[in-house]
Design a binder for this molecule. Structure first.
Ligand code: SF4
Length: 383
């Protein structure tokens, strides 16, 4: 591990959640300031999509189905900076597409770090080793490598053999150079909880800072419509995965959001908490749906019919959605919205291992492909 200041960031400036203390402080003071100002709708994470093209074509992705002229278009660094300044969120996530294919991605990251934004650059890791010289380690900057499980699961999920090994190569290189790095895992129906738990061990053994998780969302543009999870199945899957937690696991997410995924608490969607900006403008209402675009962030907040969205709205597109872009900001709001929420977060972070004798999760297993019988949302018998 590199012996520089970044190691200090990773080893000392880090909570048991896997998030640097300075980042937690920045988010906490930001949310409290919004509340003191009486703001009901405020962004926590800006989802900045600088391009849609990718070097993979995953079956569960809804972002790469655009026509060629759209896939060729990039946001400029200036457009990115303007969106970040306009929005004001303390965290910026850069998904895509594959951001490392953007010719000016390093300039974009540098400009955001200079603004003291905590930047999470999401990548499938295939270009990580090749492009890493363009970036500098910083407590404000983290790579987020998309890993969908153990080797066979991951390669199957992203529809290409060898991607797991290539991504792990990139992870090792980034960690060796002192970068912050987390993983991001999307889970679909048919995921094997035991394999996912083994995968968590593998990632923590590699030395990643923390892990992020989300259930898959039924993108109507995705070619594979059969692997998405109903809410009931999501809760059952996450309870199996996240109960009886192992000591070494760290999650770079709100612990209350993880409890929500396990079915231990309920939240309403707050899609304005993670607004999306891309080449079309500010996407209504969230990262997942495209019910039009606004020219400005204020217009997005003002003109979106928010009551039409969220599970409780009756909107069929939201019926089975439990994804972080809708519900993690709700959990963050809960943490800083009441003493009860704050105490629950402290308990979840420091003490709770979620012991559950009903969940048989530690039997050694042989990895299998996540290709079992799958159920489509809406047609799910237990939905
Ligand atoms: S429930 Fe999901 S799909 Fe619906 S608005 Fe919220 S995040 Fe978007």
């Amino acid at each position: 591990m590199a012996g520089n200041g970044q190691v200090l960031c990773r080893e000392e400036d880090r909570t048991s959640m896997g998030v640097p203390v300075s980042q937690m402080w920045t988010v906490a003071s930001y949310v409290i300031a919004q509340k003191l100002r009486g703001r009901k709708q405020y962004p926590v994470v800006l989802m900045l999509e600088p391009l849609f093209r990718c070097n993979l074509a995953c079956a569960g992705c809804g972002k790469i189905q655009y026509p060629a002229h759209v896939l060729k278009t990039d946001l400029t660094p200036e457009q990115c900076f303007a969106a970040v300044d306009e929005c004001g969120a303390p965290l910026v996530s850069i998904p895509g597409g594959e951001p490392l294919m953007h010719p000016q991605i390093a300039e974009i990251v540098e400009g955001l770090v200079a603004r003291k934004k905590y930047v999470y650059l999401c990548t499938n890791g295939l270009l990580l080793k090749e492009k890493i010289d363009q970036f500098k380690p910083s407590k404000y900057f983290s790579f987020v490598v998309h890993m969908d499980g153990q080797r066979e699961h991951h390669d199957f999920a992203v529809c290409r053999e060898g991607t797991y090994d290539k991504a792990v190569e990139g992870i090792r290189e980034a960690l060796q150079r002192g970068f912050r790095l987390t993983t991001n895992t999307t889970l679909f129906d048919g995921a094997d909880p035991k394999s996912v738990r083994e995968f968590f061990d593998e990632m923590m053994d590699l030395g990643v800072e923390g892990m992020m998780l989300s259930p898959g969302y039924t993108y109507d543009k995705a070619p594979d419509q059969d692997h998405f999870l109903s809410k009931k199945k999501t809760r059952r899957l996450f309870r199996q995965i996240l109960s009886n937690r192992r000591e070494k696991w760290r999650f770079n997410m709100s612990p209350l959001f993880l409890e929500y995924l396990m079915g231990r608490r309920e939240y309403k969607c707050t899609p304005w908490g993670m607004p999306t900006y891309n080449i079309f403008g500010w996407q209504k209402p969230c990262y997942l749906l495209q019910d039009g675009y606004a020219d400005t962030f204020d217009e997005l907040l003002r003109d979106t019919k928010w009551e039409r969205y969220g599970t409780e709205s009756g909107n069929p597109k939201c019926a089975n959605c439990m994804v972080h872009s809708g519900y993690e900001a709700s959990a963050v709001n809960d943490t800083f919205g009441s003493l009860r929420g704050f105490a629950a977060t402290v308990r979840a972070t420091l003490f709770d291992k979620y012991n559950d004798p009903d969940v048989d999760d530690d039997t050694p297993m042989t990895p299998t492909r996540s290709s079992g019988p799958l159920v489509q949302i809406g047609a799910a018998p237990d939905a």
